[in-house]
Write a protein that binds this ligand. Structure first.
Ligand SMILES: Nc1ncnc2c1ncn2[C@@H]1O[C@H](COP(=O)(O)OP(=O)(O)OP(=O)(O)O)[C@@H](O)[C@H]1O
Length: 549
């Protein structure tokens, strides 16, 4: 943090009088080590300082677009974008900044647009009121503003979504040739879907095109979270296009002139501060930085490419029978172990990573048939279409909330689903006679994650303790410390993929365990492969503590 904002005196951040010195940093450290706060705090502070120092010449009156943020945070998934925006909001106390999330779910743009506009109109909401809502949350899945100009300080979203908001819907259809039009949505491999970096936007047509409503002239900061994904060869053309658009908007010549080129040799200087964050630095990211940002300051922790120190590794052999039964057995063991250390009923949670979405579905159905409640999330899950992170409720880390209800929830380390709470309220009002009077407890607001109290016993019964997913949710998401076990039931694509999956537990100093399922014979057939896997994982462990000088 000190590196990013070494001088917190206002004079060093004057804007726009003195020409600012734009800088570039890479923040790289192991999963769960707090990279988000490491860039968010200096970012918010810097924005506030430049705002305080802004001369009267910097007015919004001449802004051509409706939304003119001063910082962008890019994330590879809608889920991460929403979590980051909520986290940023939660960091604010006295000094308020306007932080908005541009992310919605993978629903048809036109349909969603219709809903949001009419929904807002029905409620008589003006832009300023809409922008004070959590647009990433349940109140609206879509980022919508009227023509009222309204300052936005930080905008968070996926590069594809932000580009669409900047250039207008259907912009990619204007490109020559197939350009960036969605090509193979039916591709089954989840990793490829994630790497392609395409937010599927079914329903986007030339008719739905508009001119875009995000202005980029005021951008002072761009954060590329999970930079190794966003500069992956499959993702980087979208990311780079957005960076180029910002540079052009800020009247700077852009060295980005060929979107299909991956061998830019010229150093790229952007007229804004640029931060990349990552828990891993694959060759593609290393090369990209070396070629395009040779002056980028690299702040790399000794823990990068290592498992968090509080994460233990366990190997479970397939028995040779039903593999899903093996997984079920290990889940029940987790809960049996819990019972000796955790107060009765407070079972810890298990996060299971599969490679394919059909495997997620089949495993979920199997465990449900065995009376284990599960939540299954894949890139095509219907639950993702809600435009909020409700489908992850109870599994993501709870943000600091306001009021006793939130505290009560936080003690249980669970976020209730709002619909569940609604059902409960309906049930309680019918069963106990008159409807519950008084305030409707907490409405979802900026950072709210609190919902009406429910009897603890009922709550525990209804709450799934197992989430099954793919690499889709392996990136950046800050899962709850109640997830003490990550199960890896399919062989990850590579070591980096393993690190990201495993790193959803053992975060921020909490204890965790990654359970690797496979065939691990000590001798005979498969023994060589077993040794190889253990060796590669073992290297991640043995390197995790700095060796004494
Ligand atoms: N100084 C701190 N003390 C305790 N907890 C912290 C501290 N800094 C950050 N955290 C917490 O650590 C958790 C992990 O932080 P964060 O999600 O930023 O990790 P990350 O490094 O970005 O991980 P990943 O690489 O998986 O994205 C968060 O819940 C955050 O609130």
């Amino acid at each position: 943090m000190k590196q990013i904002l070494p001088h917190s005196d206002r004079s060093s951040l004057k804007y726009p009088g003195s020409e600012p010195q734009w800088k570039q940093w890479l923040l790289a450290s192991e999963t769960g080590s707090g990279k988000s706060i490491a860039y968010l705090l200096p970012l918010l502070q810097s924005l506030k300082l430049t705002e305080l120092n802004a001369s009267s010449s910097r007015t919004r009156a001449n802004d051509k677009k409706e939304v003119n943020p001063r910082a962008l945070i890019l994330a590879p998934t809608h889920e991460l974008a929403r979590q980051l925006s909520m986290f940023a909001k939660a960091l604010q106390h006295e000094i308020k900044m306007r932080i908005m999330c541009a992310s919605r779910a993978n629903t048809a743009s036109s349909g969603q647009e219709k809903f949001s506009r009419s929904h807002a109109r029905e409620r008589g909401l003006r832009a300023s009121e809409m922008s004070s809502m959590d647009l990433s949350g349940s109140d609206s899945g879509e980022f919508e503003l009227s023509r009222n100009y309204h300052p936005v300080d930080v905008l968070v979203g996926t590069p594809m979504k932000l580009l669409e908001m900047v250039r207008g819907r259907g912009w990619e259809k204007d490109e020559d040739g197939p350009g960036l039009a969605p090509a193979s949505d039916e591709v089954e491999d989840e990793n490829r879907k994630l790497r392609r970096g395409r937010d599927k936007i079914p329903g986007v047509s030339n008719k739905a095109k508009n001119e875009g409503f995000i202005g980029l002239e005021h951008i002072e900061w761009v954060i590329v979270d999970e930079a190794d994904v966003l500069f992956d060869p499959d993702f980087q053309e979208t990311t780079r296009m957005l960076l180029s658009d910002i540079s052009v908007a800020r009247s700077s010549s852009s060295s980005f002139n060929n979107i299909s080129s991956s061998d830019c040799s010229a150093s790229t200087t952007h007229p804004f501060n640029l931060i990349f964050t990552s828990a891993t630095i694959p060759t593609s990211l290393h090369n990209y930085i070396a070629q395009n940002h040779p002056d980028m300051q690299r702040l790399v922790s000794p823990g990068v490419h290592k498992l968090p120190k509080d994460l233990k590794v366990e190997y479970v052999d397939w028995t040779g029978g039903n593999r899903m039964a093996d997984i079920e057995k290990r889940i029940r063991q987790v809960w049996a172990e819990d019972s000796s250390t955790i107060p009765k009923g407070n079972l810890s949670q298990v996060l299971i990573f599969c490679n394919k979405s059909n495997k997620v579905q089949v495993l979920g159905e199997y465990l449900e048939s065995k009376k284990i409640k599960t939540v299954s999330v894949t890139s095509t899950s219907g639950t993702r279409a809600r435009g909020s992170n409700r489908h992850l409720s109870g599994f993501l880390k709870t943000l600091p909330g306001k009021g006793p209800e939130v505290e009560q929830i936080e003690k249980r380390e669970i976020i209730w689903d709002n619909e569940e709470a609604d059902q409960h309220q309906t049930a309680s009002s019918t069963s106990s006679g008159p409807a519950v009077s008084g305030p409707r407890v907490l409405k979802p607001t900026t950072t709210s994650v609190g919902y009406p109290p429910m009897p603890l016993s009922q709550f525990k019964e209804q709450t799934p303790r197992v989430m099954i997913t793919t690499s889709l949710l392996s990136r950046g998401l800050d899962f709850s410390p109640t997830i003490k076990h990550v199960f890896i039931v399919d062989e990850p694509r590579n070591v980096l993929d393993f690190l990201h999956r495993a790193g959803r537990s053992g975060r921020a100093g909490h204890k965790g365990r990654v359970v690797v399922f496979g065939k691990f014979p000590d001798s005979g057939r498969g023994a060589g492969r077993s040794r190889e896997v253990k060796k590669r994982v073992g290297e991640l462990i043995s390197r995790r503590r700095p060796t004494a000088p």
